[in-house]
Write a protein that binds this ligand. Structure first.
Ligand code: FES
Ligand code: FES
Length: 167
């Protein structure tokens, strides 16, 4: 066992873990943050995507130890009280989900897209960027619409991704 400490959704956490513990299991089992999902376990589906020091990573293939001292943002860290993040809101408004299993990863991926590419995202760009994110039930049409709308809605906020990542 080894001690690991990090800031998750703005809160400092420390735990003793097996050094082989994956970040997704650390989040789900040690911190009970079950919004981050496991789909494939092999870095292909994107259901486990979280932000590590502001950048999207697949937490199923990231060791928790490698996040020692880092800032982690999960889907649970986006809303402010009852107010959903604009990207979460857009997924609801544009019917960008059905079962919801892929949704947390899609949203964390979408926020990383906005951080890197800005608020005006065209359909082709979004579809290309979603290459590593798989949805088994909604189809991608409404997810793409939701991401485009959410990205535009974020434009009205003061540096939202950065602010959230710094939590
Ligand atoms: Fe991590 Fe599928 S569970 S990419
Ligand atoms: Fe069901 Fe995407 S909404 S897997």
């Amino acid at each position: 066992m080894i001690a690991v400490s990090m800031t998750v959704n703005g809160k400092a956490v420390s735990r003793e873990i097996d050094e082989r513990t994956l970040l997704v299991h650390f989040l789900r089992e040690n911190l009970h943050l079950t919004g981050t999902h496991v789909g494939c376990d092999t870095s292909q589906c994107g259901a486990c995507t979280v932000h590590l020091n502001g950048e999207a990573v697949k937490s199923c293939t990231t060791l928790a130890l490698s996040a020692d001292g880092a800032k982690v943002l999960t889907i649970e860290g986006l809303a402010r009280g009852d107010a959903l993040h604009p990207m979460q809101q857009a997924f609801g408004e544009h019917h960008g989900l059905q079962c919801g299993y892929c949704t947390p990863g899609m949203i964390m991926t979408a926020l990383d897209m906005v951080r890197r590419l800005g608020n005006e995202l065209d359909e082709q760009t979004i579809r290309h960027e979603l290459e590593g994110s798989i949805c088994r039930c909604t189809g991608y049409h409404n997810i793409v619409k939701a991401i485009a709308a959410g990205a535009l809605a974020m434009d009205a906020l003061p540096s939202p991704v950065t602010a959230l990542s710094e939590g």
